[in-house]
Design a binder for this molecule. Structure first.
Ligand SMILES: [Zn+2]
Ligand SMILES: [Zn+2]
Length: 303
């Protein structure tokens, strides 16, 4: 990506941050300082909640934007001469066989396949793609457990920031709900003619929070459903081509799927710090889990 394109990609996250900061200032400067000035206790309570939600949201957003993608380890890289030999394979079947033999020689264990049934290979980065890894054309790299590229954060969502991304969306929903809920009495009073206090910033903040909060809520529910199914957005779109046996799934159950993204320590679940589990290259599937369990279970008939 050129430097200009890189700078332009930050327009949306900066705009988002500017909208959030403007709404925050409008709330404090006009709503709390003017409309609620005769109710100091209520104002303090509202300000405490507002500041907690705002700080968590900005922390999560900045973490999501600044997180560096987790890249594919060196052992997946292919030597130049092997790549040249791969290019000489004229037919799909020959390419398929070549990649399979090459992965065996390199000692790689890969479950997922491309739509042609081939091992997934990135001819830009010259490497095999570990399961759940994809190449992002915006970022120009293959990254582990890629979910999607999000222009609002000028970054990919993947193993490196999936938790922070979901928390960003969650805190957006909470912040916007708080904003709409607490300014609603003023909006109603204004439209019912019970107050002559008018302020454009709060009106605009209310409208933006309502719109942003609704969109974020839909997005949040969708991403929660992905976490609990242990699927990425890309996997959901390509479900039928990722595994040779389409019944294979990373869905290990509600609890284990959640822990894989959010970690085991409950007090870190709401903090945008990295607590996801796994190396990002090898992933347990429901089938591998049940077969390993069968292998370790004692045989009751022959103890
Ligand atoms: Zn790549
Ligand atoms: Zn990307």
């Amino acid at each position: 990506m050129s430097k200009v394109a890189k700078c332009l990609s930050y327009v949306l996250p900066v705009l988002l941050l500017a909208v959030l900061i403007s709404s925050y200032v409008a709330y404090i400067h006009t709503y709390c300082a003017k409309f609620l000035k005769k109710e100091p206790v209520l104002t303090v309570v509202l300000l405490v909640v507002l500041n907690i939600l705002f700080l968590m949201l900005v922390w999560a957003l900045l973490t999501t934007v600044s997180a560096r993608p987790k890249l594919v380890p060196e052992k997946y890289k292919v030597k130049k001469e092997d790549f040249e030999a791969y290019l000489k394979c004229a037919e799909t079947e020959a390419q398929k066989k070549f990649l399979s033999n090459l992965a065996d020689r390199m000692g790689l264990v890969l479950d997922q396949r491309s739509s042609f049934g081939m091992l997934r290979f990135c001819s830009i980065c010259l490497q095999f793609k570990p399961d759940r890894a994809h190449h992002c054309s915006h970022c120009g790299v293959c990254l582990l457990k890629m979910d999607h590229h999000c222009p609002w954060i000028a970054n990919c969502v993947g193993l490196h920031n999936q938790k922070a991304f979901i928390l960003t969306v969650l805190y957006t929903v909470l912040y916007c709900s708080f904003y709409v809920g607490t300014t609603m009495p003023f909006i109603l009073a204004y439209f019912n003619g019970h107050t002559d206090f008018t302020t454009v910033p709060i009106m605009v903040g209310f409208a933006i929070a309502g719109l942003l909060g609704t969109m974020a809520a839909i997005f949040y529910l969708y991403h929660c459903s992905l976490v609990f199914r242990n699927e990425t957005t890309l996997e959901e779109m390509q479900r039928k081509v990722l595994f040779i046996q389409t019944s294979r799934t990373y869905n290990l159950g509600f609890r284990k799927n959640f822990i894989q993204v959010f970690g085991r320590k409950w007090y870190k679940w709401f903090l945008p710090i990295y607590t996801s589990e796994g190396d990002g290259c090898t992933w347990e599937t429901k089938e591998s889990r049940s077969s390993s369990r069968q292998a370790t279970e004692p045989n009751r008939h022959n103890p």
